[in-house]
Design a protein around this ligand. Structure first.
Ligand SMILES: C[S@@+](CC[C@H](N)C(=O)[O-])C[C@H]1O[C@@H](n2cnc3c(N)ncnc32)[C@H](O)[C@@H]1O
Length: 339
């Protein structure tokens, strides 16, 4: 008989009574615990559970769980209510309020123009003097206009809106890291940067016609964001010709953010006809922002008919709000209904 009790000499009378457990009961209990532990650890290690999908109290929060190609990742895409509360608390606890941006100790605010003039005049505080300084010391010399980020004001809307678009599109298309994405008219990569960062290398493609935007994308945005290693395939062109992206690519998402409204209707249709074969049937998505006048201008049921003739089906209209400014954006979704 084993007696489990307090061995302290100063134990109280209650403790001195102890708990009496027989040896067979002790052995049985230990064996039972061992079996339970074994079953638990086995089921955890051999679990073929579906990839996790963590949802916060905020329904808009998406966690894309990736369990393809042997990689298991849980990637949170959309900003959650908890994230917002966290940052608000931090601002509150630090007693922060918006201030005028004026000259103060250690801080000398400059407009983009002033900063560019400073760059031209002083070439930075410490700089190499010799003529070929750029060749010797700067691997990828960037024009001053790009360094002061003039191109961040190119679309009349805050640059931060690019993140809103990414979060909306990634959520709406249930985008995984190993997806393939094509942006038509990616401009300065306001939106594209977020896709490039999220996706596996060589998975983001873009067709863009504007040379200055392409310079900003390639000479400033990708290197300054440390994204050159993601090797996005960015092609200059305005003819909706996608052959340079390869013949066997199957896109999970094709999107045009603020682009089709600037193009002749017929060019949009040519583009859709060419891209539809490159879109994954049923699961792949095309998203077009702002409006689809290229289609509705056809009148009556002609819009649906012409889409159907390409093997496309409209998924209707959705909107998303901006996280940082009072703004919403309208999107029209499409999917390919023929294999
Ligand atoms: C308002 S900007 C939007 C840029 C980017 N999509 C964004 O949301 O930040 C429109 C872009 O579409 C491009 N674009 C217009 N017509 C095009 C065409 N036919 N082919 C490719 N790009 C075009 C413009 O050069 C410009 O960069």
């Amino acid at each position: 008989m084993a007696i489990l009790s307090s061995s302290s000499s100063s134990s109280s009378s209650t403790m001195q009574k102890g708990i009496v457990v027989t040896v067979p009961v002790l052995v049985l209990t230990a064996s039972f615990s061992a079996i339970i532990l074994f079953i638990l650890s086995y089921s955890l290690s051999s679990c073929s559970c579906p990839s996790s999908s963590i949802t916060s109290q905020n329904d808009a929060v998406v966690v894309a769980a990736v369990n393809d190609g042997g990689i298991t990742l849980s990637e949170k895409i959309t900003t959650s209510r908890e994230d917002i509360e966290w940052v608000k608390d931090l601002i509150r606890s630090n007693g922060l309020h918006m201030q005028d941006n004026v000259l103060r100790k250690g801080i000398n605010p400059r407009t983009r123009d002033q900063q560019l003039q400073d760059l031209i005049q002083y070439k930075g505080i410490s700089h190499y003097e010799d003529d070929d300084a750029m060749n010797n010391h700067t691997a990828l010399p960037c024009p001053g206009e790009l360094l002061v980020e003039e191109h961040h004001s190119n679309y009349g809307e805050p640059w931060a809106g690019g993140r809103d678009v990414f979060e909306f599109l990634a959520e709406a298309s249930q985008l995984k890291r190993n997806a393939k994405v094509l942006e038509i008219g990616c401009g300065t990569l306001r939106v594209g940067l977020h896709f490039i960062r999220y996706l596996n290398p060589e998975s983001f493609h873009c067709l863009e016609k504007d040379e200055l935007s392409l310079m900003a994308a390639l000479r400033y945005e990708l290197p300054s964001q440390g994204l050159l290693h993601k090797r996005p395939l960015i092609v200059r062109g305005e003819d909706m010709e996608f052959s340079k992206f390869g013949s066997d690519v199957a896109y999970d998402l094709v999107y045009a953010s603020a682009v089709f409204l600037h193009m002749p209707d017929e060019l949009v249709w040519i583009g859709l006809e060419r891209v539809v074969d490159k879109l994954k049937p049923y699961t792949g998505r095309i998203f077009v922002s702002h409006n689809i006048k290229f289609c509705t201008r056809l009148g009556g049921g002609k819009c649906t008919e012409r889409l159907a003739s390409l093997g496309l089906e409209s998924l209707g209209k959705q909107t998303h709000d901006s996280l940082l400014f009072n703004h919403y954006e309208i999107w029209f979704g499409f999917r390919r209904i023929k294999g």
